[in-house]
Design a protein around this ligand. Structure first.
Ligand SMILES: NC(=O)c1ccc[n+]([C@@H]2O[C@H](COP(=O)([O-])OP(=O)(O)OC[C@H]3O[C@@H](n4cnc5c(N)ncnc54)[C@H](O)[C@@H]3O)[C@@H](O)[C@H]2O)c1
Length: 266
């Protein structure tokens, strides 16, 4: 019998982001908070961006309990110039902030459509634009865009969200092509429904738009196409983000890491 080959050192190495600054948007809650904690646990100094000052304070306490370092940055990402400035010097950028509105197109308020596109597509563009000069200068950078199954598939009544996420997929791929010669990767992670306030808040809207009671939304709308019949946890998404920031993923760029319980296997 042949002796097993020794595992390459990479297999035994935990993610080490010591000396790196990781900017996470939407870090005050849900997936962003889980990403901030995961990257802080890997040693990154986390620049936590959100418009929710109280949520950032709670995050800061949790990060310091871990022995990590966080720089809270209260910012509304509709201020695009400020968003671009905030990204200067980041080694890792996680574009995560987002919002949802569930309405048929003919009832969808145009100003809400504009806000969703601004926060979820234009702000990521400006943050990437702000982060790239430093990443290119040092020949290393990691950009992770928190997309969704809705970056790859549409659902009725989510025109702005689906449009923004499909746009984010294109932005991420273009960033990957431009960044590759400079050691910068850009990828999306694409979860199905995650157990976060964003999902809890849309249950009433979903019930109204689909004409069903709220207690049927989870099974008949959210989990309808999922082979794994549960919501995914924010920490599971954060683990995928961490993978994309690590040395094992340096060849992974311009792609979408789908965490959808089999939804898109249909
Ligand atoms: N929850 C899900 O089922 C799910 C599934 C797939 C993808 N996603 C994506 O994950 C990301 C995070 O979603 P979540 O579920 O954690 O949502 P969440 O509502 O729990 O958190 C979103 C965060 O973004 C912040 N934010 C929103 N608008 C902002 C603005 N203008 N400026 C600054 N901060 C702002 C909020 O304050 C909040 O802290 C979003 O991009 C969302 O589209 C979520």
């Amino acid at each position: 019998m042949t002796a097993p080959r020794a595992l390459p050192a990479l297999h035994a190495t935990p993610l080490d982001l010591g000396g790196r600054t990781a900017l996470v948007t939407g870090a005050a809650g849900g997936i962003g908070r889980a990403c901030a904690l995961r990257l802080a646990a890997a040693g990154a100094e986390v620049r936590a961006v959100d418009r929710d000052a109280a949520g950032l304070e709670t995050l800061a306490e949790a990060v310091s309990d871990l022995g990590g370092v966080v720089e809270p940055h209260v910012l509304d990402l509709t201020d695009l110039d400020a968003a671009e400035r905030a990204a200067a010097g980041a080694d890792v950028l996680v574009n995560n902030a987002g919002l949802q509105l569930v309405r048929p197109i003919e009832e969808f308020p145009p100003d809400a459509f504009h806000t969703v596109l601004t926060v979820m597509l234009e702000a990521p563009f400006r943050l990437i634009r702000g982060a790239l000069p430093h990443m290119y200068g040092q020949g290393w950078g990691r950009i992770v865009n928190v997309s969704s199954v809705h970056g790859l598939r549409a659902s009725a009544y989510k025109s702005a969200y689906v449009a923004a996420k499909h746009g984010l997929e294109g932005l991420s791929k273009t960033t990957a092509l431009e960044g590759a010669p400079h050691g910068v990767t850009s990828n999306c992670v694409n979860p199905a429904y995650v157990r976060t306030p964003l999902v809890e808040k849309q249950i009433a809207d979903q019930a109204r738009s689909h004409g069903i009671p709220e207690e049927r939304v989870l099974s008949e709308v959210m989990l309808r196409d999922s082979a794994v019949r549960r919501l995914i946890e924010p920490e599971e998404v954060a683990e995928a983000v961490a993978y994309l920031c690590g040395p094992r993923a340096s060849f992974v760029t311009g792609t979408s890491l789908v965490l959808d319980g089999g939804w898109t296997a249909h």
